[in-house]
Design a protein around this ligand. Sequence first.
Ligand code: COA
Length: 241
Amino acid sequence: MTEAKKPKDTPAEPVVSVRRIHRRDLNRVWEFLKLVFRDVNRETVEYQRPRSKKRFLEVYEEEGVEQLLFLVGEGKEETVVGYAECAFEISGTDNWMNERYFDKRDMRPLFVEELAVHPDMQGRGIGNFMLEQLDHLAKLRGCTHLVLEVAENNESALHFYRARSFFKLDAAIFLAKKIATAAELLPPRRLKKKKAPAAAEEGKVAARSAKADAKKPPAKRPVAKTPAPKKAAPKPKGTAE
Ligand SMILES: CC(C)(COP(=O)(O)OP(=O)(O)OC[C@H]1O[C@@H](n2cnc3c(N)ncnc32)[C@H](O)[C@@H]1OP(=O)(O)O)[C@@H](O)C(=O)NCCC(=O)NCCS
């Protein structure tokens, strides 16, 4: 049987590979995460982690956390196209997971803390490869479930997980109620009408004549017909009223 020949000028699709993160990768991976989650974080009540670079750098120092990079190209051409982070234990002070929930149900979860694919590379099977990798790690370490958190309105991600057999655990739903109150700041106010130009001119004329009056020598005082009362003599000190 002859092998089907590929057209010569069709470039081969890139290969994606996985390795553990190194310290030297931290800055560019942080930039990568900001880019991937920029749009997602605009629409969700909770930040899709990591919340800050500081926290991200702390995670690198933590025991029991796996940080995996998915890369296309080699050497200087190497580009991060995916990042996955998972932990074998509930970690970090910003984690509200209740360990007993899983103990009671004989679940030994692998917690998937992050799953992120570069926006330009989504829909090409990288996410699927990442999940397979995490599934593989979970099996090797004796875990029974992959557990993760996703915002309900992150519909594309939710669709991705549901299509890969993820089911909903008991989880918080964010509720809100509008409080009916008066506004703290006063409503808009209409401004006073500006004086008409004619009226303003009248005002100027009046001001001018007042000035001229002020310059004129003072008119002689009319002589008072009735003499001014004499000043009362000062009372002697110490006398009672
Ligand atoms: C969700 C995510 C990890 C999936 O990775 P991916 O590489 O795009 O997924 P794949 O190519 O392996 O699989 C494609 C599937 O993902 C879904 N999908 C999710 N986002 C997609 C996108 N932007 N483009 C294309 N497909 C997307 C498709 O519906 C498709 O489903 P199907 O296989 O049933 O047809 C990735 O889209 C992503 O990083 N999203 C932004 C960050 C995020 O929301 N992460 C999850 C937070 S918990």
